[in-house]
Design a protein around this ligand. Structure first.
Ligand code: FMN
Length: 170
């Protein structure tokens, strides 16, 4: 996904691995919606998301949902997610993580994100690993990935203006 995205020169893509972000369990004393962060790790995470105009969440499925690490990273912030597009790629066993995506849609709606209909589910992804354990996408998955990328970029651009108008009105 990242390799395909990097070919799109009309936007800048950054791969963010939550393992590297390494957030603890949410430990801010004041709810994130109040925008009064006290911890350095929260301020750093806030800056990353604030500076981004759109997102492609890549998630596995754990027990018919998405993992706690992703929910925790989302919950750390509030305003920073708002009025930005988000699309999804999921992977897992037979259902390819589709239930993780559907549950994420409920969460991002509350955060005033725009979730794109276009998404990718990758069932039994281990069948697509080559000898070097690198994921090898099918042609159909690559085509769908292009739709996800171009859709996210389009709405990221459009929603910049909406955020400007909202900021002026407030
Ligand atoms: C605790 C746990 C629960 C899982 N539940 C599901 C599930 O409900 N549906 C599914 O398709 N795969 C499920 N899987 C398979 C994972 O999606 C798969 O192992 C995937 O590689 C996990 O992603 P990760 O290696 O990036 O953590 C589960 C795996 C674990 C460890």
């Amino acid at each position: 996904m990242n390799e395909l995205a990097q070919k799109h020169k009309e936007a800048q893509f950054e791969l963010i691995d939550l393992k590297d972000v390494n957030l603890p369990f949410l430990d801010e004393p004041i709810p994130p919606a109040m925008d009064q962060y006290q911890n350095e790790h929260t301020k750093k995470w806030s800056k990353v998301i604030d500076e981004s105009d759109g997102f492609i969440f890549i998630t596995p499925e754990y027990n018919h949902s998405f993992p706690a690490s992703l929910k925790n990273a989302i919950d750390f912030l509030a305003r920073e997610w708002g009025y930005k597009p988000v699309s999804f790629v999921s992977y897992g066993a037979q259902t390819g993580g589709s239930r993780a995506i559907e549950q994420l849609r409920q969460v991002v709606a509350h955060l005033r994100m725009y979730d794109l209909s276009e998404h990718i589910v990758i069932p039994d992804y281990w069948n697509q690993l080559n000898a070097e354990q690198k994921f090898v996408p099918t042609e159909a998955q690559n085509e769908q990935a292009e739709k996800v990328i171009t859709g996210t970029v389009f709405w990221a651009e459009q929603m910049k203006n909406a955020r400007k108008l909202l900021a002026k009105a407030s």
